[in-house]
Design a protein around this ligand. Structure first.
Ligand SMILES: CC(C)(COP(=O)(O)OP(=O)(O)OC[C@H]1O[C@@H](n2cnc3c(N)ncnc32)[C@H](O)[C@@H]1OP(=O)(O)O)[C@@H](O)C(=O)NCCC(=O)NCCS
Length: 177
């Protein structure tokens, strides 16, 4: 498995293999943020096919309450692995890759949000990787459905953060071939 930074040509491939669930292309939005330098959009590949993605938002979580509670804490956002390959270590590899990039930038901590009580398996993974709860917040986002209707969403979430050491996190490898 290879992890790369998203390129323009990858956006269409991501949309083909990991389609946004709406008319709004989340991949295009993340790539645009990378273009203005506020994000790094990571893509995991297996045999020329994108199988997972994660965005590092260098300015931190969009929610003001999180940025106030944990200033200067970039966020890993939009972490998703294609369904048949979940449980094979790809999510872990993406998180570790994001942590290494953060350490290279001199960042001292990194965080991510998880549904409050709605995603216990993801929460268990993040806890195992050293992420600890910091603050509850409302994750506010919107999307345009295929019928053109705009939906504004408010998801109760918990922001988890991890202190990073200057030693690079070892890559423990992935179980997927
Ligand atoms: C959460 C997610 C990114 C983890 O990536 P992954 O490659 O499946 O995770 P890994 O293989 O590195 O680690 C496995 C652990 O992930 C967690 N996990 C969460 N959802 C899982 C799923 N649907 N299938 C398998 N593992 C999942 C479990 O803790 C699992 O450990 P376990 O097998 O001991 O229960 C991925 O499962 C996914 O895309 N889920 C759906 C979208 C999502 O919930 N995104 C996170 C939003 S906060």
């Amino acid at each position: 498995m290879l992890i790369t930074q998203c390129q323009q040509a990858d956006v269409a491939l991501l949309e083909e293999h990991l389609p946004s669930p709406s008319r709004t292309s989340f991949h295009a939005q993340r790539f645009a943020r990378q273009g203005v330098g506020t994000s790094t959009y990571l893509v995991a590949w297996l045999a020329d096919r994108p199988v997972a993605n994660a965005e590092i938002r260098w300015n931190g979580c969009a929610a003001t309450e999180v940025r106030q509670a944990v200033p200067n804490c970039p966020e890993i956002n939009g972490l998703s692995v294609t369904e048949p390959l979940r449980g094979g270590g790809i999510g872990t590899a993406l998180i570790r890759h994001a942590e290494r990039l953060a350490v290279e930038r001199g960042v001292q901590r990194i965080g991510l949000g998880v549904d409050d009580d709605g995603n216990p398996r993801a929460a268990a993974l993040y806890a195992r990787l050293g992420y600890r709860p910091v603050v509850r917040y409302l994750d506010r986002w919107s999307y345009t459905a295929h019928d053109g209707e705009v939906h504004d969403i408010e998801d109760p979430c918990v922001f988890l953060a991890k202190e990073l050491t200057s030693a690079p996190t070892p890559d423990l490898g992935v179980r997927v071939q």
